[in-house]
Design a protein around this ligand. Sequence first.
Ligand SMILES: [Mg+2]
Length: 415
Amino acid sequence: MRLVRLETFHNEFLCFVKATAEDGAIGWGQTSTYNADITAQVFHRQIAPWALGQDCTDIAALVQRVERAEHKYPGSYRNRAMAGLDTALWDMAGRRAGLPVAALIGGSAGPVRAYASSMSRDLSPEAEAERLKRICGEQGFTAAKFRIGAEMGEDRDQWPGRTEAIIPAVTRALPGIETLVDANSGFSVGRAIAVGRVLEDHGVGHYEEPVPWWDLEATRAVADALEIDVTGGEQDVDLGVFARMIATRTVDVVQPDVMYLGGLAKTLQVARMAEAAGLPVTPHAANLGLVTMATMHLLRAIPNAGKYLEFSIEGDEYYPWQKGIFRGDPFRVEAGNLTVSEAPGWGVEVNPDWLERAVYRVSAEGDAPQTDYARLYHATMAQGLQVLGGCSPPKPPRQRGARPPLETPWIFEDR
Ligand SMILES: [Mg+2]
C-alpha cells in the first residue's frame, strides 16, 4: 500500500502530520514539540521524499529506510521529524484495523496509572509540597515527581539549599504517595551520590538523570553506588547508545521519549532490548501533545512497562500552546489513571480550529525534488536502498554526465 501524500500543519510549538495512502486511508501523527517550524521543514526535505511512494504498512521498515537514506543526519531534528511520519502511520494502521494502536502491538485499551509530574523549579519547597499534595488529593495520583538541583547545573542549585529543603518537604507532605525526582543532568558524580543517599533516606524511589545525560560512565558510577533506581535515556536517539546503556546496566529504568527518538517503531525496539535485560521502561512524556497519548498506548502493550506514565501537571501559564489542540479531553484523569480508549488509532482528533490557524505544507508522491542536493544525489541513494524493499521499481542507472541542471547557480566570490 503506497503512501501518496504527507501534509503538515504547524506553528512554533507543534507540527501535526496527515498521511494519506493510495486507497485514501488516512492517519494523523505529530512530530516532536518545540521549534516545530524547523521540524516541519526537515520533515518535507528529509523525511517525506524517502517515504512517499513506499509501502506504508510496514512502519518499522519504512522508518529504517528513511534513517538509512538520511544516515548522515542521525541527530535530533531528523528523529523529531521522523516521529511525525511514524505516528501518522500507526494511526492509519489502527484506523484500518478498527483498533487502538495499543492493540496492534500486543496490548489493549484500558487504564494507565500516572504520576503527577512537576516541571517547576520556581516554587519554594513548601509551595511545591503543598501543590503536589493538593493535586494528588484532587486527582487521585499515587505517585509524584519533583525537581532537584538545577538543569545542567554543574552542582549549583536553583538557589542555595533548595535541594536539601525540597526532599523532606515533599516526601513529608505526601505520605503513602510514591515519590520520584528529576535532576536534569544537574550534578557531578560525587554530589549526585551524596544527594542520592538523602533521597534513599526519605524513601524516594526514582532518581532521574542525576549527571550529564550523555555521560554513561558517570551515570553508571552513580547507579552502582546507590540502591535507589537511577533512570535516564530521554535525550538519546541512537539505538546503539541504548544497547550499551542497557547491556552495561547504566540505568535501572530506561526512559526513551517516543517523539525525540523518532516514533513508536524505534521505541518498541528499545523496549524489547530492555525487556531482554529485565529492565522496565518508563518513557519521558513531558507535555500533553501526542507524546503522552503514544506513551499511554505503549505502556498498555509492553510486558516491561514501568510503574507509571509521566503526566505533566503544569497548566496554561507553563504550556499555553497545548490548550485546545485535541477535541474532547483525551487526558482526563480519574483516580490517578488515564485511559486508552477503544477508538481506532491513537483515539484523538486534532481540533479543526487549531488546524485552521496552522501553517500548511504538502508533499505528494511524484513531486519534483525540492532541492539541488536532492536532484544531485537522491536517485543514487534510492537505487541503493531498493534492497530494503518498497513499492517503487528500481530506476535504470543514470548515464554519466547526465546530471540534471541545477536550478540555483553556484555563486563563487573572489576574496
Ligand atoms: Mg527528565
